[in-house]
Design a protein around this ligand. Structure first.
Ligand code: ADP
Ligand code: 5GP
Length: 198
């Protein structure tokens, strides 16, 4: 049996990572999302244990101390971390795991799982990105500024990823991510055991 694929999705705030991942997961029930822990407050409609594990700073620090994170980072003033538990186990069982994490986290994960696939979601334009962050209506004026200003720096890191998906139309972007996953799984480097058994 082949190992599961680790799929890592990053991109500037507002590019549409969450929207794409949600649709991808709905269409592909065999892909499992890794739920991160964060010190950020829940947005309206977000549910603890579904969108994130919402923790206070003390608990988050204790989790760092207990080596519970595969990676963690401070992003736009809050802490976010990928729980280590289950990821390796799921991959070994052949289950594909999706991480929607920031660039610092993704680059750290790349050092550990170099055979993962790293996808950068891009907005069609910076004007559209700004519109989307504002339109989402979940951030304060100050947080919007922080996120939008970070976007320019974040774009420089797109070149460290394997694929860039422009999110112009959501369904098209999801199809592209699905195509990337299919192509990754067809790589001969992932088929060594299967080929040798033939
Ligand atoms: P991210 O997770 O990258 O921060 P979101 O998925 O929350 O971004 O998307 C930001 C906002 O843009 C949301 O209001 C979402 O509904 C909207 N959005 C996402 N993708 C598109 C798209 N292709 N066209 C128009 N609006 C989009
Ligand atoms: P948001 O607050 O909009 O949900 O997320 C802000 C940023 O944190 C996004 O870029 C998101 O991908 C990133 N993020 C979410 N979870 C994690 C995580 O576990 N680790 C890291 N490094 N970043 C994360």
């Amino acid at each position: 049996m082949s190992k599961g694929l680790l799929i890592v999705v990053s991109g500037p705030s507002g590019a549409g990572k969450g929207t794409i991942c949600k649709k991808l997961l709905k269409k592909n029930k065999d892909i499992q999302l890794s739920i991160s822990a964060t010190t950020r407050s829940p947005r309206t409609g977000e549910v603890d244990g579904v969108n994130y594990y919402f923790e206070d700073k003390e608990k988050f620090k204790a989790m760092i101390g207990n080596n519970e994170f595969l990676e963690y980072a401070e992003v736009y003033g809050n802490y976010y971390g990928t729980p280590r538990k289950n990821i390796e186990e799921k991959l070994e069982k052949g289950i594909d795991v999706l991480l929607e994490i920031d660039i610092q986290g993704a680059l750290n994960v790349k050092n550990i799982y170099s055979d993962g696939v790293f996808i950068f979601v891009l907005p069609p334009s910076m004007e559209e990105l700004k519109k989307r962050i504002i339109g989402r209506g979940t951030e304060t004026q100050e947080a919007i500024k922080k996120r939008f200003n970070s976007a320019y720096k974040e774009l420089d890191y797109a070149f460290k990823y394997d694929y860039g998906v422009i999110n112009d139309e959501v369904d098209e972007a999801v199809k592209k991510v699905e195509a990337i996953i299919i192509a990754e799984k067809c790589k001969v480097s992932r088929k060594v055991d299967i080929i040798k058994q033939l």
